[in-house]
Design a protein around this ligand. Structure first.
Ligand code: MRU
Length: 367
């Protein structure tokens, strides 16, 4: 088996894998956007990937909240923008006739949106940014205009920040590197480009030959369904593994670096998709650099591991797969969506401001 893996790696040495690099082969639409014609939020329905690429419209706050909770839109930065557009939608849909009533409607909308998913701090960040932006606006029309233009600005900034993250992070990757990633921190988790996958895309754009090992990310398979699909769209070599295989690959020298995204970074830990912590422990054991790529909107300077709620998801996500029972239907299930990786397992944080090494005094990033 060890021998096979070596052969496998040799087989995939460049230039075998690079018939032509073609970023954005399939579509160029943003993961989440505002449609000025229908005055609605449009997004890729990520629950259907990779079988179907479908764009859906959210015309009501309820449909946006459903889309967030069922992961039609997902990934921390994309959730931040969903929060922003959700507030713009709430302002537009409100039938309030005076300022007090409109602000009250917006406060209710803010609470409703924030309650959909508790761990990724970007969602609350996106909502609060709109509330802050409308602070100095004193008429109904003005509030609707400001809320939407601020949300659009957030979406544009997300793309620009990811490009910066990519630019900084790409310097950490060497030609020929094999990089392991978990979940999906790509363009589908953001408005475009991606954080962890953005680093890989930027390195490839710089002419480096990078291979990606994507962990399937049970139970909802964001790695298998979305990361593998995204990278194949871009002709970036990707090999899918089950989450439990990462230690075996690391031990046998097949992984040069690990890069993941984040849902919330507090003073002591990085919250990311369940399974990230396990990879970090294994990377530390095998002296493999472990990088976390995230925008500053993912940082929670006031938070600590014990203060952050970890989202517990529906038990049936483990009992069923595509409607088919894969466990006894009455089995007791524990299904946390995220785990916490301690800072001592992290080699560096990659943000739009640059690469940041320990000791991680996070306040310094905001000066
Ligand atoms: O439950 P999800 O799919 O929203 O979880 C997403 C992740 O954990 C991502 O790794 C994280 O949001 C980083 S996205 C750039």
């Amino acid at each position: 088996c060890w021998h096979d893996l070596r052969t496998y790696r040799l087989m995939y040495q460049p230039p075998y894998f690079y018939p032509s690099l073609h970023l954005y082969k399939a579509d160029t639409m943003r993961t989440i956007d505002w449609d000025d014609e229908s005055n609605s939020i449009v997004m890729t329905d990520q629950t259907l990937l990779p079988a179907e690429y479908k764009v859906i419209e959210c015309t009501t706050l309820a449909s946006l909240c459903e889309a967030i909770m069922s992961l039609r839109v997902r990934g921390a930065p994309a959730l931040g923008v969903a929060g922003g557009y959700g507030m713009a939608l709430a302002a537009r849909l409100s039938s309030a006739k005076d300022m007090d009533a409109l602000l009250k409607d917006m406060q209710i909308a803010a609470k409703t949106i924030k309650a959909t998913r508790p761990t990724a701090v970007n969602l609350a960040w996106g909502v609060d940014r709109i509330l802050h932006a409308i602070n100095d606006t004193y008429d109904l029309k003005g509030i609707r205009i400001v809320a939407l233009s601020e949300a659009k600005r957030m979406a544009d900034e997300d793309v620009a920040k990811n490009r910066k993250i990519g630019e900084h992070g790409a310097r950490l990757l060497e030609d020929g590197d094999v990089v392991l990633t978990h979940c999906n921190a790509g363009r589908m988790a953001c408005v475009d480009w991606g954080t962890a996958l953005g680093v890989i895309r930027s390195a490839v754009e710089d002419g480096k030959q990078i291979q990606v090992v994507a962990c399937e990310t049970r139970p909802l398979n964001q790695g298998g369904r979305i990361t593998a699909w995204e990278l194949m769209q871009d002709n970036i070599p990707v090999t899918l593994i089950a989450d439990s295989m990462s230690g075996h690959l690391m031990r046998n020298g097949f992984i040069d670096k690990v890069i993941v995204g984040a849902d919330r970074i507090t003073g002591d830990v990085v919250f990311n998709k369940i399974g990230t912590y396990t990879h970090s422990v294994l990377a530390k054991e095998h002296e493999i650099p472990f990088y976390v790529a995230a925008p500053l909107s993912t940082f929670d300077l006031e938070g600590w591991e014990e203060t952050v709620p970890i989202e517990l998801r529906d038990e049936d996500e483990l009992r069923f797969c595509n409607g088919k029972a894969i466990a006894p239907k009455d089995v007791k299930v524990y299904n946390p969506a995220f785990d916490a990786t301690p800072m001592e397992n992290i080699t560096a944080l990659i943000t739009e401001k640059g690469v940041y090494y320990p000791p991680f005094l996070l306040e310094e990033l905001f000066i």
